[in-house]
Design a protein around this ligand. Sequence first.
Ligand code: NDP
Length: 260
Amino acid sequence: NIPGQTGKTALVTGATSGIGYETAQALYTAGAHVILAARDAIKAEQAASTIQAKGGKGTLEVGVLDLASLRQINQFAESIRKKHDQLQILINNAGVMVPPASKTEDGFELQFGVNFLGHFALTGHLYPVLKQTAGARIVTLSSGAHRFVAAIDFANVRSEKSYNPNREYAVSKLADLQFTLELQRRFERVGDKLISVAAHPGVTRTALSRHMPDAVYQAAITQFGELMPAWQGALPTLFAATSPTVNGGDYYGPDGESEL
Ligand code: NDP
């Protein structure tokens, strides 16, 4: 159990499955009021019922949010601002992984849109309510995959030979990391008492890779050995969201330690 969460309001995007679901569950168990944001209303209600059935000290609320739609982000954030005076934790968790644009033309747009731009816009729209609590935290899911950007073979980027199933996903996750760091610098510059932190789970068994071509992707991830269960993948996020030792601008990996 995580101490000190009673009375906090936390919003988790992509709370219907994997790491987001486990994060929401843990915060609920610890006593927070958790807003489960999901693009599918039925899945969101199902997730809420399952979480509630396991028991916990918190309360739950569900909201429909497709992060690929700026219009929905705007409407959703407005409804949160109207309903809640304060928001102590924002978890920018939702994510999608699809094959590179050379395989699916809209792959890059979708990935960059949901994984980065959606959260960038959501954070901006929720800033007024986050600002009401000194020490409110924005945790954005990056990934160790951001490092793959350095290995992109730009000279042959459109050739099959340079095919890397993680290429464009990695770019979106690098954007998440850089956004987190710049946001923290901005908070410090303007004197906002907010904390912006990035988390990256180790390689975790979730639905994330379901759109990837099996043979290629599975070959790439077998090098990691046994994948973590989702509850374990949620630990860096939970650490970043709740540990009193966390400082803004940090980046928490699987062992809970800062990597920067
Ligand atoms: P899952 O696929 O299990 O969960 C992703 C969640 O994001 C789902 O709830 C999904 O909803 C939601 N989502 C997808 N597209 C949208 C959208 N357009 N609008 C709103 N919600 C959306 O994956 P993970 O739990 O693994 O991923 C969570 C985060 O962790 C991601 O940001 C991922 O990049 C990151 N991460 C994961 C790692 C891993 O090894 N699994 C490693 C490093 C980082 P729906 O069910 O409706 O599709």
